[in-house]
Each structure stands twice: as structure tokens, then as C-alpha cells.
Write a protein that binds this ligand. Structure first.
Ligand code: C2E
Ligand code: CA
Ligand code: CA
Ligand code: CA
Length: 279
């Protein structure tokens, strides 16, 4: 038993070393990738009931010269832990604001809004509000076209601080969407204190909407809740027409998911919009 224990210890010891090495190399690759600007915003359409694209969610992609396209799930957590999410988010927001400025002069694109994901590390910066405002002002982008996606866990950390920051950004013109709604632990009484504009139904409830009565009930409840709080509601992960139809019948009129388009580089996003204006 003792020998086995020792072997077990060794095994974990080695795998931990491998994990640490991988993390350190990912961290330095991230650092280098930032310098070389290997990160790019991809855009996934958000569509209204008539099928018109009303905006897009910005989803970051790492275009690594050797490894190809790396998914955010594989590097955002390390970027968060190391603090590299700060310069990464700044780089991304610059690109997003420049895009909004370019679109503001293009018929058909001027009204699109862009939703950007925000991480805990970012909002906890003391000067989070000032940094965002300075960046948007510098770019000349219209803050009304910009939305920030927050998750519930992020709000619960320090409610008063969050309310203060969100209120300041809202006064500047930036709206907030509560991402992955229903998967966290928000108390409903908090919801009305926060200057939110939108609830986003998590894709885990959309997936089995038609076969799982619990998911259907949750989706219905979120839609009713948004309605009674005067918030708009969007469903993510909509892949099938029957899901869209069900959501529409329940009163959800904005959708995002593979049914309408996958996250794509800006040229592809724009091309798909021109080819298929009716959705
Ligand atoms: P999220 O914010 O919940 O984004 C939605 C994810 O669902 C995206 O994955 C998107 O590509 C995927 N998705 C969209 N439509 C469908 C669908 O119809 N079916 C299915 N199965 N999936 C769909 P992605 O792009 O891999 O991003 C993963 C997560 O990484 C995001 O989840 C978000 O939490 C984070 N992330 C992405 N970009 C950023 C960023 O710029 N900053 C921060 N802080 N986090 C980001
Ligand atoms: Ca999101
Ligand atoms: Ca989400
Ligand atoms: Ca999600």
C-alpha cells in the first residue's frame, strides 16, 4: 500500500509539473501573441423576429501562426489569472470601436450594436470606467452602439461597486446584458438594483427546450422576468428553427446561434449580412 501511495504521489507530482510547464508556456505564448496582435474579434449575428441582424456578439479568437485558431475557452482562464486579460481586452475594444466607426458611415451597418464580454479581472480595476470611456472617446465610436456582457458571478462580488461602475457607464451610453442568465446565483431582488438593459438566456436552457419541460419552464420564466423588469431578452445557442419558434411564442424576440450564423471574421460577417438580409 505504501509503495502504491508513493507511486501515486509521483504520478501526480509529474502530471502537476507538466501542467505547470504548459501553463507557463501558454502564458509566454499569450504575452507574445499580444505583442504580435494575434487576437482578433469574431462576430456572431444577433437577429430580431423578422430575421434582421440587429448586432453581434464579439467573440475573441487567437490566430496562432503554428497552432491555428485557438478557442477562448482554452486561453481566457489563463489570461484572467495572469492579468493578461487587461491588455487583451484593451486590444479587442480598440478593434471593436474602430469597427463601429467604420460601420457608422456604411448604410445598413450604422445601426448595428456590438456586445463585448467583460471579465471579472477587468471590472475590478479601480479605473475600469475611466479606461472604457477614454478608449471609446478616443476612437470616436458611439457608446450607444456598445453593449457589455456581464455574468452573474461577477456582479455578486461587490454589488455597490458594480452598481456605481455600471451606472457611470450607462450615463455615458453603454448598455449591459446579463450573460448566461439562470446558471448563476443572482438573487432576484438584486436584478432590479442593477442598471441592466437585457437578460441573455443561457444556451444550456435552449438546447433541449422542446424535449425538457424544465428547460422550457426556465426559459419561460426568464422571459417573463425580463418583461416584468422592463428588460429586453435574447436567447443564445439557437440552432434550430423549432427553438426559435418556441422562444418567439413565449415572447423572446432576439436570438443568437448557429441557426443565424457562426462567429466569423469581420469580412465574412459583413458578406453574410449583405447576401442574406432577410435572415
Ligand atoms: P459566451 O459568452 O457564453 O459565448 C457563447 C459561446 O457559445 C461562444 O463560444 C459561441 O461561439 C458559442 N455559440 C454560439 N452559438 C452557438 C450555438 O448555436 N450552439 C453552440 N453549441 N454554441 C454556440 P466561444 O466563442 O468559444 O466562447 C466561449 C466563451 O469564451 C464565451 O462564452 C465567453 O465566456 C468567453 N469569451 C469569448 N470571447 C471573450 C472575450 O473577448 N472576453 C472575455 N472575457 N471572454 C470571452
Ligand atoms: Ca457572452
Ligand atoms: Ca453566454
Ligand atoms: Ca454560455
Amino acid at each position: 500500500a505504501k509503495a502504491a501511495g508513493r507511486n501515486t504521489f509521483r504520478f501526480y507530482d509529474e502530471s502537476m509539473q507538466v501542467a505547470i510547464k504548459q501553463r507557463v508556456s501558454l502564458e509566454s505564448a499569450l504575452r507574445q501573441g499580444l505583442q504580435l496582435r494575434q487576437f482578433q474579434p469574431f462576430y456572431q449575428p444577433q437577429v430580431n423576429e423578422e430575421g434582421w441582424v440587429v448586432g453581434a456578439e464579439v467573440l475573441v479568437r487567437w490566430l496562432h501562426p503554428e497552432k491555428g485558431m485557438i478557442s477562448p475557452a482554452d486561453f481566457i482562464p489563463v489570461a484572467e489569472e495572469t492579468g493578461l486579460i487587461i491588455p487583451l481586452a484593451e486590444l479587442l475594444l480598440t478593434q471593436v470601436c474602430d469597427q463601429l466607426v467604420a460601420w457608422s458611415r456604411l448604410p445598413g451597418f450604422a445601426d448595428l450594436s456590438l456586445a463585448v464580454n467583460v471579465s471579472a479581472r477587468q471590472v475590478r480595476q479601480e479605473d475600469f470606467v475611466e479606461r472604457i470611456i477614454a478608449q471609446v472617446r478616443h476612437s470616436g465610436a458611439n457608446p450607444q452602439r456598445l453593449k457589455l456582457e456581464l455574468t452573474e458571478s461577477l456582479l455578486l462580488h461587490d454589488m455597490d461597486d458594480m452598481i456605481r461602475k455600471m451606472t457611470a457607464l450607462k450615463a455615458f451610453g453603454i448598455g449591459f446584458s446579463l450573460d448566461d442568465f439562470g446558471t448563476g446565483y443572482s438573487s432576484l431582488s438584486y436584478l432590479k438594483l442593477l442598471p441592466l438593459e437585457q437578460l441573455k438566456i443561457d444556451q444550456s436552457f435552449v438546447r433541449d427546450l422542446l424535449s425538457d419541460p424544465n428547460d422550457a419552464a426556465i426559459a419561460r420564466t426568464i422571459i417573463a422576468l425580463a418583461d416584468s423588469l422592463g428588460l429586453s431578452v435574447i436567447a443564445e445557442g439557437v440552432e434550430q428553427e423549432c427553438q426559435r419558434h418556441f422562444l418567439a411564442a413565449q415572447g423572446c424576440h432576439t436570438y443568437q446561434g448557429y441557426l443565424f450564423g457562426r462567429p466569423a471574421a469581420v469580412v465574412d460577417f459583413m458578406a453574410s449580412l449583405q447576401l442574406d438580409p432577410q435572415g
